[in-house]
Design a protein. Sequence first.
Length: 259
Amino acid sequence: MRVSKITDIEKIFNEIRDCARCPFKDKGFTFYADHTTPYEFMLVLQNPLSTSKRRSLEMEEAESAHNLKQRVKVHQRYFSDWFLFRKNRKFIERFLNLFKEYKLIDLDNHEEYIKHEFFDDFYVTDLIKYWCTTSEIEEKHVEHAVKHLQREISLVKPRLIISFGTRVWEALKGQFKLKAYQRWESKVDPDRDKETVSNVHGFLFKSCSPPPNHEVFVIPLVHLSARTRNMLLRDSYIQYLREGIQLYARKRSSSRKVT
């Protein structure tokens, strides 16, 4: 009997599933990719976005999947539904419009794109992949989770990482020794020792210690929650992101002209 070769993404999935050190194993976890074909864009969230009802339905369906590909489709569908739900939809449409405006993606219809093309352009993952609340996450959990994230980044080789939330930002900043690619006078100097994600929201950073043959840029954003988006930053959430995307697109264009 011929045994199928386990792919790199399946190895990561198995490592997370079988990890004895994870304190949230009884809660289940999400996984949004079934291949590691190089992606230009990577989204890293802090932990799975959910309500208790959604979580229960999603995990029941995911656990009944016969293979990784089927399971991933379940998680992708629920993620897309979350993006298309009420106020979330306004955010994701504005978010994608920036990528379209600067010719980073091809986009005609938002709903069709989110349902059928989004996961071809964006590799999506969570720092803490298991279902848990923000209040349950401790520093030791983050330190352990970073190892899985490092493996994903080394395999996927994204050129631009969009990070959401303080914990993801701190993890990436420590891993890649990030420095601001450009400063804007309208915002706080990102080179301060005590920089926070709210101070550098939307800045484009470049890694000073990237993996071999892999140039990495990061744009940190504050936590992807309705409260943060609508009460703390409001329209400036997207406006600051625009500056980072614009600069990345300019850098991308100049690099292609050189090559």
